[in-house]
Design a binder for this molecule. Structure first.
Ligand SMILES: Nc1ncnc2c1ncn2[C@@H]1O[C@H](COP(=O)(O)OP(=O)(O)O)[C@@H](O)[C@H]1O
Ligand SMILES: [Mg+2]
Length: 631
């Protein structure tokens, strides 16, 4: 019954937050907390700010977005700073429609939905509270009641700038219901809710011929004209268009560029002048943020059309490209799977990663920079250390193309392919190979992929497959060692002791007997040979490692077995070389003897307990690696 308790608590909370009073009472409230009287744009920004902004490596991370949007940090920073923040300061961008431009399924709708749901919550907090003239269908800002000639005085006293005119309906009500006494007008606290059409709206164009502008700006209510006597009586008008309802908050404009021009002009007048025309009335003031979204092709054809020229300067375009980082892409899939009905399916470790490798490759542009192939670029983008490249190289790569991430495979495609792999397989367990196979089959059915792209994509599938082969081999070999990390560390420490003694022309001391010994040349070479270091190059390699260690020491950083990529590779290969035959024989014999069987069971248990497999996927992995090693 937990849920019923929660529902009840929510209701009680709502009652507690309810407030109603006169305009005079309202002035008391804003005297104490002027933020309450902020503009819609400022409210959006403060909502994001109040959720927390953290600086990570000189980049801003906005908590508001970070638990649902992954890998778009730069686009979000730009969106928040260049639009939301500037608009909150009443800079000129506020007067433009915000247009999110990006490829399909790149998170645009998700972003807008977060803003909407966020505002609904925020309007229930102290800092995000919103008040309106009671009984107004547009929840008009009570400060509009202050006559223009007194607004300068009001600013002196309260420090708040008032924009906009009192709407015709409230003008009439002020006279008829309150006898012109502004201070008596009843004000109430409102709570944004898209369902209740308060402060949040969505407009989506239908057939351009049948769509009525009334959907945006409201319409005359013919049934009441007789009662009020005239079409120009505001009481005979229904202020129930999307622009009316979204006043004070946010309106999402779907498919904006598909819309008829006459709709766009209303929007532009609203953003530009803060008002729009409805029926036979003077202009109606409204304060709301308008967010639209579109894809690149649509935007380009909009721009190319001369007829739209005047509109360009009134739109601010913010790119929302695809995420370009493998690990973040993996998180996107995890989230989408959790939200889908596949939540119960066992997805073997690395399956999503391998899919993500494929996807990111389709989105990257081949760099012209020396020595950077697309796989290295992918790793660098994902924050991995790639020997021979540093942070500056990464910056240069990022700046090489302005429009990277505007095409490629979208996350929904991958999720659909995973879902068909699941249907196909009948067991509720799928692995990386199942996913890659399904992605590949999907490419053949995908009508919108050009022949060239298909070739490229097939190549990326084999790259992803190779990555997986490496991962799979390492995983199994690791699982064969009782404690992989420890063995690797011991071997490396041993190697480093010897290297140090070798370079300093010292002796080592045997830990047991205390006897002095020469550095163990055979051990050092057996490791170095794993990565092809020749007899002639060994001295330079050993010295380089010592230099790296002292550089680490100087910076107070701990040198461990991940600190030098080639050394790590050498250690790993050495460990695996010692193991290879055992793994090979154990994983591939058709008739294992008792001790082999025991080993296999041990490894499977370890894969399940420590590496996240289930028994189906662990057995599949062993069989696959067995076949790889016997090739
Ligand atoms: N960068 C991202 N971070 C988190 N989820 C994402 C991201 N990109 C896409 N998605 C997910 O992909 C799906 C499609 O996104 P959506 O917002 O509908 O895209 P768009 O409106 O751009 O076509 C959603 O489930 C969304 O959560
Ligand atoms: Mg969308």
């Amino acid at each position: 019954m937990e849920i019923l308790n929660k529902i009840q608590r929510y209701r009680e909370e709502e009652r507690r937050l309810t407030w109603e009073g006169t305009f005079a009472d309202y002035l008391e409230i804003i005297k104490k907390n002027p933020q309450v009287a902020q503009t819609a744009h400022s409210r959006v920004y403060n909502m994001i700010k109040d959720a927390g902004i953290e600086e990570v490596n000189g980049k801003k991370e906005y908590k508001f977005f970070s638990d649902q949007i992954y890998g778009l940090e730069e686009s979000i920073e730009r969106l928040v700073e260049e639009y939301f923040h500037s608009a909150a300061k009443r800079l000129d961008v506020r007067k433009r429609v915000l247009l999110l431009m990006g490829p399909v399924s790149g998170g645009k709708s998700t972003l807008v939905t977060m803003l909407k749901r966020g505002l609904e919550q925020y309007s229930r907090t102290d800092n995000g509270a919103v008040y309106a003239i009671k009984g107004c269908p547009m929840h008009e800002d009570p400060l509009h009641l202050i006559p223009h000639h007194l607004r300068e005085d009001f600013y002196e006293e309260y420090g708040i700038r008032v924009e906009g005119n009192l709407s015709p309906l409230n003008m009439m009500r002020l006279e008829k219901e309150y006898g012109g006494r502004i201070e008596d007008v009843i004000v109430e606290r409102i709570f944004f809710s898209e369902d209740k059409r308060t402060g949040i709206g969505t407009f989506s164009p239908s057939d351009p011929k049948s769509q009525d502008i009334a959907d945006l700006t409201g319409s005359i209510d013919f049934s009441t004209i007789a009662e009020y006597g005239s079409e120009s009586d505001p009481r005979a008008y229904r202020f129930d268009g999307e622009l009316n309802k979204a006043n004070r908050g946010l309106m999402e404009f779907q498919e904006m560029l598909k819309c008829d021009e006459k709709f766009l002009w209303h929007l532009l007048s609203l953003t530009q002048e803060g008002n729009f025309k409805a029926g036979r009335f003077a202009l109606i003031s409204a304060d709301e943020m308008i967010v639209a979204h579109t894809n690149e092709a649509e935007y380009k054809s909009f721009i190319a059309n001369k007829k739209n020229e005047a509109l360009h300067s009134r739109i601010i375009v913010m790119p929302v490209p695809y995420n370009l980082r493998v690990s973040e892409e993996e998180r996107i899939y995890q989230k989408m799977i959790k939200d889908s009905d596949m939540g119960h399916v066992h997805i073997a470790p690395h399956a999503l990663r391998v899919a993500a490798i494929f996807t990111i490759l389709t989105r990257l542009k081949e760099s012209k920079k020396q020595g950077v192939d697309i796989v290295k670029k992918m790793r660098l983008y994902d924050g991995e250390n790639v020997e021979g490249f540093n942070g500056q190289d990464l910056e240069e790569l990022r700046n090489e193309f302005q429009d990277e991430g505007m095409n490629g495979i979208d996350p929904r495609y991958v999720i659909n392919r995973i879902s068909s792999a699941i249907i196909r397989k009948e067991v509720t367990s799928i692995n990386a190979l199942d996913v890659l196979r399904s992605i590949k089959e999907g490419l053949d059915q995908h009508a919108s992929i050009s022949k060239e792209d298909r070739e490229r994509y097939l190549n990326f599938i084999s790259i992803a497959r190779k990555e997986y082969d490496d991962i799979a081999k390492k995983e199994v070999q690791k699982a064969f060692v009782y404690s992989y990390e420890e063995s690797a560390k011991t071997l490396m420490d041993n190697y480093l002791d010897n290297v140090e003694a070798y370079c300093n022309k010292n002796k080592l001391r045997d830990p047991l007997t205390g006897e002095e010994m020469n550095p163990d040349e055979k051990l050092m070479r057996s490791i170095e040979e794993q990565i092809g270091i020749s007899e002639n190059a060994k001295k330079a390699f050993r010295e380089e490692i010592l230099i790296r260690i002292s550089a680490y020491a100087r910076k107070g950083k701990k040198f461990d077995y991940n600190s030098h990529e080639r050394l790590r590779e050498a250690i790993q290969k050495k460990l695996f070389a010692d193991l290879k035959d055992v793994v090979k024989i154990t994983t591939s014999t058709k008739t294992p003897d008792e001790s082999q069987l025991k080993k296999v069971n041990e490894v499977i248990a370890r894969l399940i307990d420590e590496y996240g497999y289930n028994s189906v996927s662990a057995n599949e992995l062993l069989r696959y690696v067995g076949s790889l090693l016997n090739r």
